[in-house]
Design a protein around this ligand. Sequence first.
Ligand code: AMP
Ligand code: MG
Length: 513
Amino acid sequence: MSGHDFSNRAAGGWRLEHSYAQLPSLLHVAVGPTAVRAPRRVVWNRKLAEELGLDAAAWARAEGAGAAGAEGGRRTAEIFSGNVLPPGAAPLAQAYAGHQYGHFTTLGDGRAILLGEQITPSGARFDVQLKGAGPTPYSRAGDGRATLSAMLREYVISEAMHALGIPTTRSLAVVATGEEVWRQDGARPGAVLTRVAASHIRVGTFEWVAARRDEAALRALVDYTLQRHYSELVGAENPALALLGAVIERQARLIAQWMGVGFVHGVMNTDNMALSGETIDYGPCAFMEAYDPATVFSSIDRDGRYAYGNQAQIAQWNLARLAEALLTVLHPQEEAAVALANEALGGFEKSFQRQWLAGMRRKLGLFNEEPEDLALIEALLTWMHAAKADFTNTFGELETLGATEAGPGSESGSAKEFEAWRERWRARLARQSQTAEEVGRLRRANCPAVIPRNHRVEEALAAAEQGSVSVLERLLAVLAAPYDSARARAADVAEYRVPAPDGGDGYRTYCGT
Ligand code: AMP
Ligand code: MG
C-alpha cells in the first residue's frame, strides 16, 4: 500500500497488520491483555518510536508539564500497559515448544501478548509485543506477570546490545502496573515491557509444529519464515533446506558477536533462539567482566551448560533440534533428510570459527590475515584468563595497559608475560601496511569502551524500584554510545568503565522473574 498517511495523529502512527494470525491455528490463540490498576510510564524509547513511525512527538509533549502533557502521558501508559489497545490491534499469544536445559517441553507465550506487526514508514515489519501483560492459555502455573526490575533489565541490556551493533529485539517502553507480583523474594512491583522484534518465531515454534505432526502447517511456517526473514530465498528449490542453512549462518554470526563483547545469554533454550537471528529473551543474561570461558551468572545453571565459552556449541545443539523439526519437509525419505540436515549443521562450526576469528582480528586492529593470528589471539586470552583481566578494558587498552593495570596477577610474572605478548602483537601490526591511526580506528570501532556492567545495572534497577529513574536514564545514555572512546574518557562516563570490585565473581542472575 502506498500513500499511507504516517503522520496520522489520530491513530498515533499505528499501522498494525496481522500476518502471523493467518498461519494455521495450532500456532496462536486470540487473547487480550488483562488490565492493570495504575499504569505509570517508567521509561520509553523515543528514538525507536520514531523509527517505527509512531507519533513520538506526542510522547514528548506528554513528558512536558501541564494538563495536556499529563493526559498524553496517561494515554501512553494506558497503551503500553495493555489497558487500552492501540488502533488496529488484534492481540494473540503464540504457541511454541522448546528444549529447556536439554529437555523437551511445550510452552507458548505465558505472559506475552502480540498486539500485531507494525509496518514502519520504510515498509519494514516488526512485532509489537507486551511482556507481562497477564495470563494466556499457555501460562501453566504462571501469573502472566513480570517484575519491574526484570523488565527494566531487559530494556537496559537489549538497548545496550543494539548500540553495540548486535542484532537484538528492542525495547520500546516499560510501564509500572501499580500492582504487586509475588516472587520467591516476596512482593515486588510489577511492570509491562513493550518488546519490538523482527518476529518472535523461535526454534521452539518449529519444534511445536513438528511435535504435532502437522506437515502442512510445518510447510506454511517454513514459507512464512523465509518470506519474513530471508526473502531472497523465497522460491528456493528446497525451502526447508534453504531456511536451515540461512539460519545456521545467521546464528553463527550472532554468537560470534556475543563472544566479541563478553555477552552471556544465560538461558539458551531452544525457545529462546529466534529464527530472525536476533538476540531474544533477556532473562539471566549478563556481561562477563574478568575473562573466563567458564563464566556463568544464572543461579540455576549449575553445570555451566550455558557458560560463556559453551555458547557456540549450544547454538549448534539448538540448530540440530531445528533440523530435526524440519526433517519431514527436508526430504521425503528419512535417511536422505538426515544426510541433508547433517551436512547443513556441519557448516555451523566453520562459519562460527571464521566469524569469531574475523571479529577478534578487528579487535586487535588486524586488517589482513596470517596463519598465526589464531595463536596470537589465544595467547592473549590465555594470559587474560590467568591474570583475571577485565575482558572489555583489556581489549580496549592493549596499547597502554601498564603493569599496575594488568590485573591482580601483575605482581608476579604476569606483567612480564603481557609485555612479551604485546611485543609479538606490535611485530604483527608492523607486518601490515595500515598506519597506527587506521589500526586505532578499527580497534575503537570493535572494542566497546562501555558495557552494561552488572553492578551498574543493579544499582539503576534498585533506584528505579525506589521510584527514582535518573540513575537508569544516565546509564542508558552512557550505554547508547559504547564505541565513543573519547567520550568514555570523560569523568562522568569513566566511572562506568570500572569493573566490579570482585571482578563480578559472585554475581547471580535469575530466570522468569
Ligand atoms: P523464559 O524462561 O522467560 O524464556 O520463559 C519460559 C516459559 O515460561 C515461556 O513459555 C514463558 O512464557 C513462561 N513464563 C515465564 N514467566 C511466566 C509467568 N510469570 N507467567 C506465565 N508464564 C511465564
Ligand atoms: Mg523464553
